[in-house]
Ligand binder design. Structure first.
Ligand SMILES: *Cc1c(COP(=O)(O)O)cnc(C)c1O
Length: 384
């Protein structure tokens, strides 16, 4: 069989299992009301939690960034791509999350790959929550460290692994807010284990940064946790509304990443206009508390309106509110019926989530109105 025939057969098999992924075409900016494939919808799909992705002030900042820096970085950070915009942003991000230093990466995926493989290698061990984001899993595999996964949020299971590890350097890695469940990692318990077994904790705050904690300083601020054992990572394409990611921690950590993080070293720096835009975004994140207030109210509203119905939301206090369905075909059908009513809610299926736990992943944004959430819950209560 030719490669292409083999691929076509594999795709057909995926289609039969309800697992074939396709893309919709977004024809408007990313916001609560979108135009997709020629139709208008209310979307509950984005990670634009604060409603900043299409903010006109950030668009203005991007234009000013172009005028000042042009469009391309033109080189990697270690050659001549590290512009004063990147540098200012790193300083501002470090101050914002109350860490000594920060280092910008082009994406969250690259940040995780870069950090884990810069810090660990053969003879070391990485301990990972089973529901971590794929980028953390891939990072652990690439690092060549022993890769040990523990059941979701299970501190005892993690302790059993830590107790017997012969590894020299131990790194526990976890999502702060789990991207498909919306729940928050037991960070205090993880840090106690790290202290007991001389490990460090890489926290991926992709979904907490900008959303949780006073001024949106993230999950650690929300939980009131400050520890030298933490290596903090967050992304800038979700609540911050732009693109990119950063790692924050000690000067020694950041300097080490500059020497060894291959996804930092061997890639062109992101356009400085994005860093310039992110400086403006950081100000909005810090100052516009009403966006987080609105989000909290929308989350409460969704839960209240579905309480007592047969629909089951997974326990989550974050804007990620998964509605458990079970079967892949059922989740897809439900998502399609909502779409027919002008409501976009993605069906999330294995392998992104465990078998038998297909779900609709409702994401709320400060850009949603209370009436829009009521339209969604009314659809569910009318059994879609
Ligand atoms: C989105 C996400 C990433 C990847 O970030 P990008 O900037 O989109 O590459 C990493 N970790 C988690 C938990 C995420 O949700």
């Amino acid at each position: 069989m030719s490669l292409h025939a083999e691929l076509a057969a594999e795709l057909a098999a995926r289609e039969d299992q309800g697992l074939r992924r396709t893309r919709r075409l977004l024809e408007s900016p990313q916001r609560a009301q979108v135009t997709v494939d020629g139709r208008d919808y209310i979307a509950f799909c984005s990670n634009d939690y604060l409603g900043l992705a299409a903010d006109s002030r950030l668009a203005q900042a991007a234009k000013a960034g172009i005028d000042r820096y042009g469009v391309g970085a033109g080189a990697s950070h270690l050659i001549l791509g590290h512009s004063s915009a990147h540098h200012k942003l790193e300083t501002a991000l470090a101050a914002f999350v109350r860490q000594p230093r920060a280092l910008l990466f082009s994406t969250g995926y690259m940040a995780n790959m870069g950090v884990v493989s810069a810090l660990t290698g053969r003879g070391d061990a990485v301990f990972a929550d089973r529901l971590n984001h794929a980028s953390l899993n891939d990072a652990a595999l690439v690092s060549r460290a022993a890769f040990k996964r523990y059941a979701h949020g299970d501190l005892e299971a993690l302790e059993r692994l830590l107790r017997v590890t012969p590894a020299r350097r131990r790194l526990v890695i976890t999502d702060a807010v789990f991207s498909m469940d919306g729940d928050i990692a037991p960070v205090a318990g993880l840090l106690q284990l790290c202290a007991r077994y001389d490990a460090h904790l890489l926290i991926d705050d992709a979904h907490g940064f900008g959303v949780l904690g006073a001024q949106g300083r993230g999950t650690l601020a929300y939980l009131g946790i400050d520890s030298e054992r933490v290596i903090y990572m967050a992304t800038l394409g979700k609540a911050a509304g732009v693109a990119g990611a950063f790692v924050a921690g000690s000067a020694a950590l950041i300097d080490t990443l500059i020497q060894h993080a291959r996804t930092y070293i061997y890639t062109t720096a992101t356009p400085p206009l994005l860093a310039h835009t992110l400086l403006a975004s950081l100000v909005l994140i810090e100052e516009e508390e009403w966006r987080r207030d609105r989000l909290r109210k929308l989350i409460d509203q969704l839960k209240q309106q579905l309480a007592g119905s047969t629909w089951r939301l997974l326990p989550s206090e974050t804007p990620i509110q998964p509605l458990l369905v079970g079967g892949n075909a059922d989740a897809l059908a439900l998502s399609a019926r909502l779409a027919a009513q002008g409501l976009l809610v993605p069906a999330i299926r294995p392998p992104t989530v465990p078998q038998g736990t297909a779900r609709l992943r409702i994401s709320l944004s400060a850009d949603h109105s209370f009436a829009e959430v009521t339209r969604l819950t009314a659809a569910f209560l009318n059994r879609v």
